[in-house]
Design a protein around this ligand. Structure first.
Ligand code: PT1
Length: 256
C-alpha cells in the first residue's frame, strides 16, 4: 500500500489545486513503482497533529479519489469520519483505512451499508497527545483483545470477514519498547484470521533506533517492512514502494 498525503503545506500558498495535483502525481508515481493499493489521506495523524473538520478533509480527499476513480488498483481512504467515508465510497473508493477502527458515531453503519474493505487499527489516545505517556500491562494481549472486539462488532454489523484487515498501529500511543515488541511478536495476531497490515514507514521509532534525521529513513523503513512481512504482515503501508518491493522479492525468492 502506497501513501498519498493530501495535506496542504502551510508554508507554500499553492492552495488546494496544487495539493490535489501533487497528490495525483504522487499516486501516478507509486503506480509506476508497482503499488498494489493507494491510500489517500487528508488529515495528518502523526504525533502532535490536530484534527481537521470533515468539510476540510473532504475538500482535500474527494478530488483526488475522483481523479483516480479509473485506475485499475484499489483506492483506500485513510479517514475516521463517516461523512468522508460516505462521499469517497460514493466516488469509488474500495477500502476505508480507519485509525479509529470504526468507533466514530455513524462510521460502522456507513461501511456496513457498502461493500468496501475496512482496516481496523489500534490507537491508544488521540494523535495530539498519544505519545505523552503510553501505558500497557501487556501490549500484545491488550491490542489483540481490542482488535478481536472490533472484529466481532464489525462482523455483527454484517461486514463479512473477507472485508476486514487489522493493524496494530505502530507509533499510535506506543513507546519504542512497545513498537519493538509489536514488531517482534506480530505473528501473535495471525490467529485473528484476517490479514495484518503494518505501517512503519519513516516513523520516529526508526529515528530513535538509528539516530538518523527524518529525511534519512528509507533504509530503516525497508528493514522494518521486511521484518513485518516475515512476521506475518500481508499489507505494508509505505512511502517507498519500489524499494519495499525489491526487498520483498528477495524475501519471497528465498521462501517460495
Ligand atoms: C498506520 C498508519 C495509518 N500510520 C494505518 N493507517 C499513519 N492503517 C497514518 C511517528 O511515530 O500505521 N496504519 N495512517 C501515520 N501516522 C504516524 C504515526 C506517522 C506515528 C508517524 C508516526 O513518527
Amino acid at each position: 500500500m502506497g501513501i498519498v498525503n493530501v495535506t496542504p503545506d502551510s508554508f507554500s500558498d499553492g492552495g488546494l489545486y496544487a495539493s490535489t495535483n501533487d497528490a495525483v502525481l504522487q499516486a501516478e508515481r507509486l503506480i509506476r513503482e508497482g503499488v498494489d493499493i493507494l491510500d489517500i489521506g487528508g488529515e495528518s495523524t502523526r504525533p502532535g497533529s490536530i484534527p481537521v473538520s470533515s468539510e476540510e478533509e473532504l475538500r482535500r480527499v474527494l478530488p483526488v479519489v475522483q481523479a483516480l476513480a479509473n485506475v485499475d488498483i484499489p483506492i483506500s481512504v485513510d479517514t475516521s469520519k463517516p461523512e468522508v467515508m460516505l462521499e469517497t465510497i460514493k466516488a469509488g473508493a474500495n477500502m476505508i483505512n480507519d485509525i479509529n477502527a470504526l468507533q466514530s458515531p455513524g462510521a460502522l453503519e456507513v461501511v456496513a451499508d457498502s461493500d468496501v474493505t475496512i482496516c481496523l487499527m489500534h490507537m491508544q489516545g488521540r494523535p495530539k497527545y498519544m505519545q505523552s505517556d503510553p501505558q500497557y500491562k501487556d501490549v500484545i494481549a491488550e491490542i489483540k483483545y481490542f482488535l478481536q472486539q472490533r472484529i466481532d462488532v464489525v462482523k455483527a454489523a454484517g461486514i463479512a470477514p473477507d472485508r476486514i484487515v487489522i493493524d496494530p498501529g505502530f507509533g499510535f500511543g506506543k513507546t519504542l519498547e512497545h513498537n519493538l515488541k509489536l514488531l517482534r511478536y506480530l505473528d501473535q495476531f495471525i490467529d485473528l484470521s484476517v490479514p495484518i497490515m503494518a505501517g512503519l514507514s519513516r516513523k520516529s521509532m526508526l529515528k530513535e533506533i538509528t539516530g538518523n534525521k527524518k529525511g534519512d529513513l528509507v533504509y530503516p523503513s525497508i528493514a522494518a517492512a521486511l521484518m513485518a512481512a516475515v512476521n506475518g504482515a500481508r499489507i505494508l503501508r509505505v512511502h517507498d514502494v519500489k524499494a519495499t518491493k525489491d526487498a520483498l522479492k528477495v524475501y519471497n525468492s528465498v521462501t517460495s
